[in-house]
Design a protein around this ligand. Structure first.
Ligand code: ZN
Ligand code: ZN
Length: 725
């Protein structure tokens, strides 16, 4: 590109006017995210060495542009090249890190700054608020008060949104009043939303009533607040108020009201409002369309969502993304990918959000190939180093059983945030690589990335899968003490599971009775599983009755209890439970396993004969069973549980479990040495687990089974879970 310079001016004036010209150009680049022009200007500036005096302000624009385009390392290089950065340079660079939630380098910059202004403080506060690090938000806010740093509306809004308890909101509210910002609209809106988020709709309403001028933004916020509290009627009233008061109703008001219906999951209310929107002529508006698609998707009504989408003549990117994610959240991964491809065909450029949505859809597909294809697309775009896109890819790879690719990606990322760490730690935990999960957790702590509630679920389950009881207990203590995270039902269930697996059933029961809330089915289920493993029928019976009281039609509770009786030869009691199940009309989910071969999914149930290659499969199994037995495999009859049939028949029944059929088919129909991945809807059975270990050694192949709980990676006669499951 050529950049015109006015020739007729005095050199100094000329320099000044070209400075203004470049600044304007760069500002345009920033607002349109025009990276190409920005970089051209940058290289032009670099050539005009030595650094001209106006270099700082231009560089600041460049830092802002690069940050906006998620190229934070390039932004940093630019920052480093400035000889004398001014306070704006520091602030903008810090803002770049904050935007990507890279809080450690942001904090470092803040500490190194030769001088700070209010913006510096605000930037850091809002960054910590965005990652939910209340402790640091409050510490910074207090420090500002102590040092008497001038505060503005951004300070208060940042601090309010960083609060994690009602008390904190009230405390900051006090400072707002003392600081004289209680008539500031932005601050009020944030307060209103915060009170609503913490369940105090009354306080929200009070803040709302106190406001002298009600503007549209405030009314929209109040509508959203009503929606959150399932007070759709009031939301609608306020909306009608707006119309009566001649407040110009904009797209956002309509969208806010739609949000109200969405959070209520009020499909019929939403539909009525939809009819009104059509009457008012908004049916082809992209923004309203997004709200409607979101409403219908979240209410599980995908045909309605797709219909709305189809009728909008020129959908914008937000609408496309809403549709892609709508399909994804309704387990229509295939449609989600199709929608994404259509978006590309229409000539639109997918943004980070489109990629994140479609990658999450791929994570739930049975076909790992799709996700990989999307990844190869990402590599060719500017999103290659984008943190949320990479986080989604890590989750996708580990859900599809491809932990190596997940880890490679994690290692290649220039920076991590808590979501990246959660994705990889969760992946390792699910795959049974507990030690690696815990190593990464320590790495996360050392890098100063704050663990979240989700992190601890993975950490505790990793401890459970590796038998690290003492470590688990100490992490459980740490999470409250050091990280201020209150354990949820899920954390308690992990602990019960951990203690139960290790045979500490009494302590597990004590933990349940010490829970600050009523134990749910998952917690009891974890203990029941442990009772079966450790053959404690008395406790098992008690736990099962608790579980069945909560969920009378929980099939797995009946099955587990009946199996426990059968395990110890108490066949009559086992049969009684089965009978009870039958009279209560409880149906057991039939176990099935599936495998993808050449882009086609093949599903098997136990003793399946429906597959076109059934005969070959059974022949293959017969032969491999023979070789397994030679290698020392003994069928474990506890998993057969068929009463009164002869020994031979029971062995055959074991041999024809769905996971064995799927594994056999996978081995038959893929090349030598190729790893295979089998999925199962229930927990893998104990005999199959043992058998597949033998098979992996005999055929020299890596076999991964993803069951309803975790991954088992069988290799050379061993499983990654170390038989601890
Ligand atoms: Zn089995
Ligand atoms: Zn295993």
């Amino acid at each position: 590109m050529s950049l015109p310079t006015p020739k007729s001016l005095h050199p100094l004036l000329q320099q000044l006017s070209s400075l203004q010209f470049y600044c304007q150009l760069l500002r345009d680049c920033i607002s349109s995210r025009d990276l190409r022009t920005g970089r051209a200007i940058h290289s032009h500036l670099v050539k005009s060495s030595p650094q001209p005096p106006h270099f700082v302000s231009l560089s600041n624009h460049l830092i802002e542009l690069y940050s906006k385009c998620d190229l934070v390392s390039l932004a940093r290089r630019t920052f480093n090249s400035i000889l004398e950065p001014n306070v704006f340079s520091w602030n903008i660079m810090m803002g770049g890190y904050v935007k990507e939630q890279y809080m450690r380098p942001a904090q470092q910059l803040f500490d190194e700054m030769p001088q700070r202004d209010t913006v510096s403080w605000n930037t850091l506060i809002s960054g910590y608020a965005a990652v939910g690090d209340t402790e640091n938000v409050m510490a910074l806010f207090r420090e500002m008060l102590e040092r008497k740093v001038a505060m503005d509306n951004f300070t208060f809004s940042g601090a309010i949104s960083g609060c994690s308890t009602m008390q904190q909101v009230r405390a900051v509210h006090g400072s707002v009043i003392r600081g004289g910002f209680d008539s500031h609209v932005t601050v009020h809106n944030t307060l209103l939303t915060a009170y609503s988020n913490y369940g105090c709709l009354d306080d929200s309403e009070r803040v709302f009533e106190l406001m002298e001028t009600r503007d549209r933004v405030t009314m929209n916020a109040m509508i959203v607040a009503y929606g959150q509290h399932r007070r759709g009627a009031e939301a609608l009233l306020l909306f009608q108020d707006m119309v009566h008061q001649d407040v110009v109703v904009d797209m956002y008001s309509l969208a806010s009201l739609l949000t109200a219906f969405t959070s209520l999951a009020d499909l019929s209310g939403g539909k009525q409002f939809h009819a009104q929107l059509i009457k008012a002529g908004y049916e082809s508006n992209s923004h309203v369309g997004s709200g409607l698609v979101d409403l219908y998707s979240k209410c599980g009504s995908i045909p309605d969502a797709a219909q709305v989408f189809k009728e909008i003549p020129e959908p914008d990117l937000v609408l496309w993304n809403t549709m892609i994610s709508g399909f994804a959240m309704n387990e229509r991964g295939e449609d989600s990918v199709v929608c994404f491809r259509e978006l590309q065909r229409e000539g639109l450029r997918p943004d980070d959000c489109s990629y994140v949505c479609v990658i999450s859809a791929c994570a739930d597909l049975t076909v790992p190939l799709q996700g990989k294809q999307i990844h190869s697309l990402v590599v060719r775009t500017e999103f290659v180093d984008h943190i949320s896109v990479n986080n989604a890819l890590i989750t996708m790879y580990s859900k599809c059983g491809n932990l190596n690719d997940a880890r490679n990606l994690f290692d290649r990322m220039p920076q991590h945030n808590s979501i990246s760490c959660n994705a990889i730690i969760g992946g390792y935990a699910q795959h049974g690589h507990g030690i690696k999960a815990l190593e990464l957790f320590e790495h996360m702590r050392k890098s100063g990335i704050k663990p979240t509630s989700v992190t601890f679920i993975s950490v505790l389950s990793a401890c459970g899968h590796t038998g690290k009881v003492e470590e688990g207990k100490s992490y459980f203590r740490d999470m409250r003490k050091e990280c201020g995270i209150e354990p949820s039902a899920e954390h308690y269930s992990c602990m019960v599971d951990l203690l139960g697996r290790a045979g500490q059933l009494d302590e597990a029961e004590r933990l349940i009775s010490s829970m600050p809330f009523q134990p749910g089915a998952i917690t009891w289920g974890a203990l029941l599983g442990a009772c079966r493993t450790h053959r404690n029928i008395d406790l098992g019976t008690r736990v099962a009755s608790e579980l069945l009281r909560l969920e009378p039609s929980n099939a797995s509770a009946y099955v587990m209890l009946s199996n426990m009786y059968a395990d110890s030869g108490r066949w009559d009691e086992a049969a009684a439970i089965r009978k009870l199940m039958k009279t209560r009309g409880v149906k057991k989910t039939p176990g099935c396993s599936w495998i993808e071969v050449k882009k086609k999914v093949h599903v098997f149930v136990a003793e399946d004969c429906s597959h076109p290659r059934s005969q070959e499969i059974y022949k293959f199994l017969k032969e491999i069973s023979r070789r397994m037995k030679l290698a020392g495999y003994v069928p474990d009859m506890r998993w057969a549980l068929v009463r009164d049939t002869d020994e031979e028949e029971r062995t055959l029944k074991l041999e024809h479990h769905s996971e064995k059929l799927a594994v056999a088919f996978g081995l038959m129909s893929s090349g030598i040495g190729v790893p295979i991945l089998v999925m199962k809807n229930l927990r893998i059975c104990g005999d199959c687990h043992n058998a597949i270990k033998f098979i992996s050694a005999i055929v020299g192949r890596e076999i991964t089974v993803r069951d309803a709980y975790r991954f088992h990676c069988f290799k050379e006669g061993k499983c990654s879970c170390g038989d601890y499951w």
